[in-house]
Write a protein that binds this ligand. Sequence first.
Ligand SMILES: [Zn+2]
Length: 431
Amino acid sequence: MIDLAISGGRVLDPACALDVVGDVLIDAGRIVGVAARGTGPQARATVDATGLWVTPGLIDMHVHLREPGGEHKETIASGVAAALAGGFTAVAAMANTSPVNDSVEVTRWIRARADEVGLARVLPVAAVTKGLAGEELTDFAALRQAGAVAFSDDGVPVVDGELMRRALVAAREIGAPVIAHAEDPELTAGGVMHAGPVAERLGLRGIAAAAEERMIARDCALALASGGRLHVAHVSTAAGIEHVRRARAARADVSGEAAPHHFTLDEEAVARHGALAKMNPPLRTREDVVALRAALADGTIEVIASDHAPHHADEKARGMQEAPFGIVGLETTVGLTLACVHAGALSAQAAVRALTLGPARVLGIAAGQLARGANADVSLLDPDMRWTVDPATFRSRSRNTPFAGAELRGRAIGVCLGGRLMGDLNGRVRQ
Ligand SMILES: [Zn+2]
């Protein structure tokens, strides 16, 4: 007798290229195995997963939970509730909180708070530099010991190249990645959207694609020279992708990430949605959108991450010039990713991989697969459910999204977190 069988779904596990209709067997919070339908041992509870995708627990490695310090935008509790609603069992929390997560105390506090809430695993990302000031490295070894999985000043770039090189060396020594927010501030000052014809038409100051390309090129060169592990957050340009592609071909330890808004929308969305389509890096051109989809399909970009960036409605109402950058994404990522699958731009395996094994590999964590003995973190997705994005129903404390009213096909309906079933599984569970 085992605790749980998730039965009859399409089991997708990119770690072993598994794509089969079968049962995921779970006992004592761990994966027992995957069996042909009905051939496993008796289970105390069964989830009827007919018609669903059953995948390793989804991981969003780029999330801003805002707590401590930004509780009017999001808290750890509301953020992990949004993660659960979006189908994620783990999220990596960026360090640009207040105070900044540049200390063992803050890292430990985030973990403890997340444990109390218990709706998803929270993996703290610690700052590269103290106070995100770009001057002095944090204590990587101590932060790692306290539970930080990666290092990033995300929100701002590490402008000083020598400091970035030293960060890559220090992180290499403890086997952790440095996550780069690639932006050359010399080229972005005052910009609020992609520099191009739409910005000109709207009379808005642009952010050149070159600002991203230049910084990705620098960081890839530093990764190659130092042997450090570099993860480029939210790659948004075709030229940025090419730098990542070349660095990987040269055997640099470089990975890249794409956000759903960047592979879905282009700069024209700013004309329609105003500040709700303001993010950094900005929405780019149609060609960049196509290049991102192709890079996800061929594995050059191995991670899909939301860059979930909650902001209060009053802050986003300040207009294009004054509103802060960023949109929420935890509750729309699965639907927007599946839109690529339905459009034939991405295989089911590639989509699931970019949300599971990809981020697990980059972070160096034992997750993202349905291997025997692994934590029983499993996501259940209905690939065909049609739904309309209604920000009023978000579990996130913030509503800042350009996707309100979007009609999507595909949604997470529940997860199993360490053997515990959560989410909207009514009628599918048999005890
Ligand atoms: Zn960023």
